[in-house]
Design a binder for this molecule. Structure first.
Ligand SMILES: Cc1cc2nc3c(=O)[nH]c(=O)nc-3n(C[C@H](O)[C@H](O)[C@H](O)COP(=O)(O)O)c2cc1C
Length: 336
């Protein structure tokens, strides 16, 4: 069975990618994911805020330039205590890239096109096979226009593309007025790939304590429907590679993403829920399905259910919606 896949110009042994998550916080975690068979690992994200904090501390340390590094730490004890995010991250990346036989992708999470984007270069130097940019921007200010939000994405991408030579992937949210146009603009601006989609933190409310609960929930299988829709519409319409992210719970979900046209399929929640070794189960189900359907390679069926590039994606979306509602009506009449 040939699962080999090209993603961002990289040769992967299969299309299953471990999405950014706490599973990749240690070399051992990355190694377990690789041993379970994934084709590549995206490290958890390094945040713009961490990088900005480091820049401020470095500036303050320079002001105390006469002291040695150790002496300076006494002014900034938290620096010693934290083992500093960026340095720890780069060290992890370097060691992980050295010990696993698969590409390790660095992840940057931010939203402003500031100097922090230069850290993409450090990731490349530390061995990152590519950089995934998680542009996590919730425009909470009602005066920010949709066009501004889009421009931010393009600006951040441009800065990172300037800084590195490895491929750059943009992980976007589904909250654009025209997801396809945003994808096209990112493609034209040089994005080598797009991850569809990022999830925004959606805090809950604890009625008893009357507090906001900002916890991250693991996803459910239903969450794959939205990225599947957009991947099937974008396949063949842009050059950037497409990574499906969201709601992979079993091997059938991996197959679904590939049929829709994803180049690779990312998984975080399922691997957190069942352990990194669950990647082997997902891959085994993919292989069994391919055997049953008599496919020898993933390229034989990838994009089989994509909306053909010549078709009208807008009316196709509407037609599907209308027929789905009709079907729902029929079922409801059966009950009522
Ligand atoms: C606990 C947790 C931590 C995550 N951390 C990151 C992160 O650091 N950077 C990132 O880009 N995405 C992060 N994600 C998002 C995942 O990479 C993924 O895009 C999302 O969970 C949808 O995929 P899934 O349904 O397979 O979980 C995280 C998700 C979870 C559940």
């Amino acid at each position: 069975m040939d699962l080999s896949t090209r993603y961002l110009g990289l040769a992967l042994r299969n299309p299953l990618v471990a999405a950014a998550s706490p599973l990749s916080r240690t070399v051992e975690g990355v190694r377990r994911l690789a041993d379970a068979g994934v084709g590549a690992v995206v490290l958890y994200s390094l945040f713009e805020e961490q990088l900005m904090r480091e820049a401020q501390r470095n500036a303050a340390l320079t002001e105390h330039g006469s002291q040695s590094y150790a002496e300076s730490l006494s002014y900034f004890p938290e620096r010693a205590a934290e083992d500093h995010g960026p340095r720890r991250y780069l060290s992890l990346l370097e060691r992980a890239a050295r010990v696993v036989p698969i590409p390790v992708i660095g992840s940057l999470n931010g939203v402003t096109p500031g100097g922090w984007t230069g850290h993409a270069r450090s990731m490349q130097d530390a061995g990152a096979a590519a950089i995934e940019l998680n542009i996590y921007f919730l425009p909470g200010d009602p005066h920010i226009s949709g066009r501004d939000v889009e421009q931010r994405h393009l600006d951040v991408l441009a800065r990172v593309k300037d800084a590195v030579t490895v491929p750059v992937v943009v992980k976007i949210s589904p909250y654009f007025s025209s997801v396809a146009e945003m994808a096209l603009r990112l493609d034209e601006a040089g994005a080598d790939g797009l991850v569809l989609f990022n999830r925004f933190l959606q805090p809950g409310i604890d009625c008893e304590t009357r507090t906001v609960v900002p916890d991250i929930q693991l996803s459910t299988a239903a969450e794959s429907r939205l990225p599947l829709t957009w991947i099937s519409l974008l396949r063949g319409r842009i050059d950037a590679a497409l990574a499906g992210s969201g709601g992979v719970e079993d091997g059938a979900d991996v197959v679904g993403y590939l049929l829709a046209g994803a180049d690779v399929v990312q998984s975080a929640s399922a691997l957190l829920r069942h352990g990194p070794e669950y990647a082997a189960v997902l891959l085994d189900t993919l292989c069994q399905w391919m055997r049953r359907k008599e496919y020898r390679g993933v390229d034989e069926f990838r994009g089989l259910l994509a909306v053909p590039p010549g078709a009208n994606g807008t009316s196709r979306g509407r037609d599907d919606y209308v027929s789905a509602l009709r079907d729902a009506d029929t079922r409801a009449y059966g009950i009522l």
